[in-house]
Design a protein around this ligand. Sequence first.
Ligand code: NAP
Length: 265
Amino acid sequence: MDFRGQTALITGASRGIGKAIAFSLAQQNIRTLLLIARDPQRLKSVAVDLEALGVEVSILPLDLTDPHTVHATLVKALRHHPPIDLLVNCAGVAYQRPFIESRLQHIEAELMTNLLGMYTITRLVARQMVRRKQGHIVNVSSLMGKVAAPSMATYSATKHAVIGFSQALRNELAPHNVKVTNLLPSLTKTDMVKDMTPFRWVQATRPEQVAKAMVAGVKRGEHEILVGWQSRMTLLCARLSPSLLNQIIRWTQPQLPVAAASQSN
Ligand SMILES: NC(=O)c1ccc[n+]([C@@H]2O[C@H](COP(=O)([O-])OP(=O)(O)OC[C@H]3O[C@@H](n4cnc5c(N)ncnc54)[C@H](OP(=O)(O)O)[C@@H]3O)[C@@H](O)[C@H]2O)c1
């Protein structure tokens, strides 16, 4: 895909990986960006910096956990914008806790944002792409979408689901010339992980590296984009010796104290 003169919609564009992707696309001379996140101030500030690079930017402050409002607002917005050539579903939330201590509100937020939010946006944008017989969708999963992480069970489940969703959609949309790619970052230094206890030995990458990998992978037409050698090693180990990988996960997993499990939500 050549990004020059194209229009992209990015969710989760106010911070972290989504913001880095917006700037990488600006460097690739993308023409128009439509940016979604909840915080309007952060979105405005990102938009100002992108406009200084010559990109036309519109912001849509939306909460992806509210699918009805997202649907209605996006239907209107799409009427007033150039058609979307590239959709990047990047918004996501993650909570780290032993599962037996997990909170219902966190489970709901992970399912609603990481899955329902992505479905709501994709359904609308993919319809437009199918009508035009062109488009590319990038769904941001995670290495945890391949290798689930203890203490992040629900998050890992949502990221596995992103991969399954993308696989189904890839073949469904292929006859319409719409491509679907999974981006699988590993640990990346963003707000999402700043208060988390990391796995031992895992090296964090930077959002800019993830964005660079995405741009290169989409240009090459890859179905799955891995970021960094640690991800490649992990998946190789998963293929060659799943039992060894399980042992490594147990050695390196965060040691989070489990209080006597309460009945609270
Ligand atoms: N950081 C990592 O180690 C890592 C690793 C693998 C995969 N990922 C994936 O990469 C993606 C981006 O993560 P990140 O690390 O960049 O996280 P981040 O810095 O916390 O940014 C998350 C983005 O999502 C937006 N967002 C969150 N909840 C939302 C909601 N309900 N509605 C609309 N927007 C919402 C946030 O903006 P507002 O708060 O303004 O809404 C923000 O722009 C996620 O899908 C994550 O799962 C991250």
